[in-house]
Design a protein around this ligand. Structure first.
Ligand code: IVH
Length: 666
């Protein structure tokens, strides 16, 4: 694999993550996804210098965001080994006994909570900070957000001197549904599932917003604790209960394997009644001194294991296959089922992923199928009961035209994609991208409004936005006079946005917001960019032939030329804010220089990034020979090492500020 193919693979996996987690509309089976993901991992192992900061692999376990301060965990937050097999569970118990020189320890069983892991530190009874797992050794300081949880008092008068409690933040099923109904009523996009909603909420920078979301927490462990405060899991539970901190309602001590298996079976039966999603049982050695004796492997303790319950499988009938056009124009088949109860909810639709998968499993309309809800997320059709066929089942034909617009479909790998630019499904997606916060930032133009604008054919292409009248907007559902006027004002205001926002908003394949900024710096106007040759484009840093060709082809297409002419006609800003400023920019110390930012600084990294970009510099995610400066804050790690190795100049925050001052033109 070459580097460009790698970049493409990163993008592909990211699209699948969005389809799965954000849109709840997976286009690949888990197996197909795993193959791609594995390929990505292998490539990155072979070429560590290629690893893109935004690669999905870099997010595993939730990499810390730049907006929150980073905080080191006093005791690392490790993950658990897990298994679906009772044989492996027995093997685990045998290993534990061997590790304890033949002693059979008391073990505990508690529910494995499927939420977002956090660690909260109390010192002298005062809540000092709360941190996400992050990469296990350091995470985001989300103290303010965690303080909004009703279950976590800021003062715990009787707590040990140091008490770090660990647990899982979650949204109850009921709270999640209520919140989504409210969001929909307000025209906001509902969340795909409770876990994503929880993770998203904890990442909000404004804790007042967090306070309005139905978050809860359940605690099951500790980080650093005053010596002698607790000596077992059972004591920890008693301590947490006495402090009135939330623990799971179900917990058992077991002395042998018979009791262990009985406990697991009991939990499996009652887990539907718990307020949080539970996908397994966690089995731990009870006594802390024995845990110490057993120790850890590289990533998990030797004294605990998670036993995961099989996803519940249910038989039902596949009535019909319908087609769904995703935001990227991808057409996916959906199974319409005779409604059945699975894992506590009624399921009437399931994803069939793609047509190759249908062919592989030989799924037909009218078939009896086995469906499964894995990880509480999206139900899937697992297999067909071919033996139950009557002969009346109908084969599923791969469509050749788009169900939304009738345009031709093109096969791309396993997907079918509608290529018709006027397709309502794609107009919807284009509009959402154009309006979103990172692009043209048009307030009030959320998914619900976009859907209505497209459904009522008020907008058939992005530029139609600028023709909207306030009366037309007001006639939409749930749209008052005031919000209609606000939307019109927002659309009007967007005409003056800096050029890079427009470039990014156009949705040119391979052009993210960073490259859009670079393009604005490299061309005096959108017209000049549109007229650039592939060779011109390749002169820009980070633009190789795939990206250059993509930009060139985009502007070469007649429909995009028409779109640009229309946007210009509506008075959108096509001028680069840098044009005519070359002399100033070139004179500065930052202009044209490549920066990498790392470590903890006095302000969020984005603030520094903005400063550098404003001064005509560039910011990239990884240190290479081409890097001019590394801006290094506190506890900088591997990037600092790399910079030292390559002889890249390292700036402290103070040194950077000096450079920036020298920069500012008189
Ligand atoms: S104890 C050293 N108990 O699941 C790790 N973890 O997949 C000891 N989790 O890292 C963790 N429920 O974030 C423990 N009852 C429970 C849990 C639990 C959920 C999380 C935890 C862990 C992850 C492993």
């Amino acid at each position: 694999m070459n580097r460009l193919e790698y970049t493409d693979l990163v993008e592909t996996v990211r699209q699948h993550d969005i389809a799965y987690y954000v849109e709840a509309n997976p286009m690949l089976s888990d197996r197909e996804y795993d193959v791609l993901y594995r390929q990505l991992l292998d490539t990155e192992k072979a070429h560590p210098d290629w690893i893109a900061a935004d690669s999905p692999t870099q997010k595993v376990g939730g990499q810390a965001l730049s907006h929150f301060e980073q905080r080191e965990h006093a005791v690392p937050m490790l993950s658990l080994d897990n298994t679906y097999s009772l044989d492996e569970l027995t093997a685990f118990v045998q290993r534990v006994i061997k590790g304890l020189d033949g002693e059979r320890p008391v073990m505990t069983v508690d529910p494995k909570v499927d939420g977002v892991a956090v660690s909260i530190r109390y010192e002298n009874g005062k809540l000092i900070h709360g941190v996400t797992r992050g990469d296990g050794s350091k995470g985001d300081d989300i103290t303010e957000n965690l303080k909004t949880l009703k279950e976590l008092p800021t003062l715990l008068p009787d707590a040990p001197e140091v008490l770090e409690v660990r647990g899982e933040v979650f949204m109850s099923h009921a709270g999640f549904q209520r919140m989504n109904r409210q969001r929909e009523a307000k025209g906001e996009t509902p969340f795909a599932n409770a876990r994503n909603a929880t993770a998203g909420t904890l990442k909000l920078l404004d804790s007042r917003q967090v306070a309005q979301r139905p978050l809860s927490i359940v605690l099951y462990g500790t980080g650093a604790v005053t010596v002698g405060a607790v000596d077992s899991q059972t004591q920890l539970r008693a301590l947490l209960l006495s402090l009135r901190l939330p623990v799971s309602e179900w917990f058992q001590e077991v002395k042998n394997e018979t009791e262990l298996l009985a406990a697991i079976a009991e939990l499996d039966k009652l887990r539907q009644t718990l307020p949080y999603p539970t996908d397994g049982a966690v089995i731990k050695v009870n006594r802390l001194d024995l845990r110490e004796k057993l120790g850890f492997t590289a990533k998990a303790p030797r004294w605990a294991i998670a036993y995961k319950f099989e996803a519940e499988q249910v038989d039902t009938r596949l009535r019909q296959v319908t087609l769904q056009v995703g935001r990227t124009g991808t057409v996916t088949p959906v199974a319409e089922l005779e409604p059945v109860q699975v894992s506590g909810t009624t399921v009437s639709r399931a994803t069939l992923h793609n047509f190759k998968e249908i062919a592989r499993k030989d799924i037909r309309e009218g078939d009896w199928v086995v469906i499964e809800k894995a990880g509480e997320i999206i139900p899937a059709v697992v297999e067909v009961r071919a033996g139950l066929r009557s002969g009346a089942e109908k084969e599923i034909v791969t469509p050749t035209v788009c169900p939304a617009c009738g345009g031709p479909l093109v096969q791309e790998n396993v997907f079918l994609r509608c290529m018709h630019p006027g397709c309502p499904a794609q107009v919807r997606r284009a509009l959402q991208h154009f309006a979103h916060r990172g692009a043209m930032d048009i307030e009030g133009l959320g998914q619900a409004v976009v859907d209505q604008l497209v459904d009522h054919e008020l907008v058939c292409r992005v530029d139609d936005l600028y023709l909207l009248e306030v009366e037309q907007v007001q006639a939409l559902e749930r749209m008052g006079a005031k919000s209609a006027q606000n939307l019109i004002d927002g659309i009007e205001a967007s005409k003056a946005q800096p050029l890079w926002r427009l470039i990014f908003g156009l949705g040119i394949p391979h052009v993210g917001s960073g490259l859009a900024r670079q393009l604005e710096q490299s061309f005096a106007s959108l017209d000049q960019l549109a007229a650039a040759s592939i060779e011109d484009l390749e002169l820009i840093d980070d633009v190789g032939d795939i990206v250059a060709t993509s930009i060139h082809d985009f502007f070469a297409a007649a429909e995009h030329r028409e779109l640009l002419a229309a946007l210009l006609g509506h008075g959108l800003n096509f001028e680069s804010q840098w044009s005519g400023r070359e002399e100033v920019a070139a004179a500065g110390a930052i202009a044209g220089k490549k920066f990498v930012i790392t470590g903890t600084l006095s302000e969020p990294r984005d603030a520094f990034k903005e400063k550098i970009l404003q001064s005509g510099g560039k910011v990239s995610g990884s240190v290479s020979k081409k890097t001019d400066y590394l801006l290094a804050g506190e506890s900088a790690g591997s990037k600092l090492e790399q910079a030292r190795k390559l002889g890249v100049r390292i700036l402290s925050e103070a040194e950077f500020e000096k450079l920036a001052q020298a920069e500012s033109p008189a």
